[in-house]
Design a protein around this ligand. Structure first.
Ligand SMILES: Cc1cc2nc3c(=O)[nH]c(=O)nc-3n(C[C@H](O)[C@H](O)[C@H](O)COP(=O)(O)OP(=O)(O)OC[C@H]3O[C@@H](n4cnc5c(N)ncnc54)[C@H](O)[C@@H]3O)c2cc1C
Length: 226
């Protein structure tokens, strides 16, 4: 197989720079502001309630990944999204640092050099909303990597986390206006490829929001297919 078009990045750094960029462009970002309730009336979202503030939005984009069904609860949406937990282990660069990212096909583990860090990712556990990593699977990921590259006996792993990929029954994201609410766009369900697909989704969501014909056919992503 030809993977010459593949590339890798540091996702945290990408998001940090993206956040700065949208702030420079005038976005008013509210971090740590969980949506507690979305209120709709006559087919329109009228209020977004958070612990400290209530917003009266002109337009809402529901892009809460695996949490989208719970954030949109009460709106009567049919969002068949299941969380698929994956694991990530990050450490300082090792002596035998890979020059490029590697995908261990048989073990379904990715090895990503990120500047002076190295990251291993893998595993897919469907169904549980918890982001607590199971130590057994953390150890299995490290063991899988040891089958392929020479690692020091003791790795100084700095960070271990689990994240939830938002999966859909047909493996396709859900992008488009909600049929129930005139001012709600859904942009979710990107499963294992949200980082790669996010920029494309961002573009078409911008187009939908501005009443412009989307750059590609959104039919396969229609929220109405479920
Ligand atoms: C281990 C692992 C490895 C991966 N590797 C890759 C890869 O190599 N390439 C790739 O393209 N993708 C990869 N992915 C998948 C990618 O991370 C996801 O597809 C992507 O994060 C989905 O983006 P999202 O913005 O839809 O959801 P998320 O990134 O999950 O963001 C959802 C956001 O909604 C927020 N939220 C939840 N509840 C509320 C609430 N009540 N109010 C407000 N906000 C709320 C959450 O805090 C979160 O910030 C990987 C995922 C994992 C777990």
């Amino acid at each position: 197989m030809d993977f010459s078009g593949d590339s890798s990045l540091h996702p945290g750094e990408f998001l940090r720079l993206l956040k700065n960029r949208v702030a420079e462009m005038g976005a008013d970002l509210r971090e740590n502001t969980p949506v507690a309730e979305i209120v709709s009336q006559n087919g329109k979202i009228t209020r977004i309630v958070t612990p400290n503030e209530t917003f009266e939005p002109a337009l809402v984009v529901l892009a809460a990944g695996a949490w989208s069904p719970q954030v949109g609860r009460g709106l009567g949406l049919n969002l068949p999204i299941q969380p698929a937990r994956g694991y990530s282990l990050t450490m300082p660069a090792i002596k035998n640092m890979p020059r490029s990212a590697l995908l261990l096909g048989e073990r379904k583990v990715a090895i990503t050099p990120m500047g002076n860090k190295l990251r291993f990712t893998g595993r897919l556990e469907i169904g549980e909303m918890s982001t607590a990593p199971n130590p057994r699977w953390v150890a299995n990921i490290e063991r899988a990597v040891r089958e392929y590259i020479h690692l020091e006996d003791e790795l100084s792993i700095e960070e271990t986390w689990a994240g939830l990929r938002p999966t859909t029954p047909d493996g396709m994201p859900i992008i488009g206006f909600s049929r129930h609410h005139e001012n709600l766009i859904l942009a979710t369900g990107h499963a294992m490829l949200g980082l790669s697909l996010g920029p494309g989704t961002g573009q078409v969501v911008t187009e939908l929001a501005n009443g412009v014909k989307p750059a590609f056919d959104l039919h396969p992503f229609s929220p109405e297919r479920f």
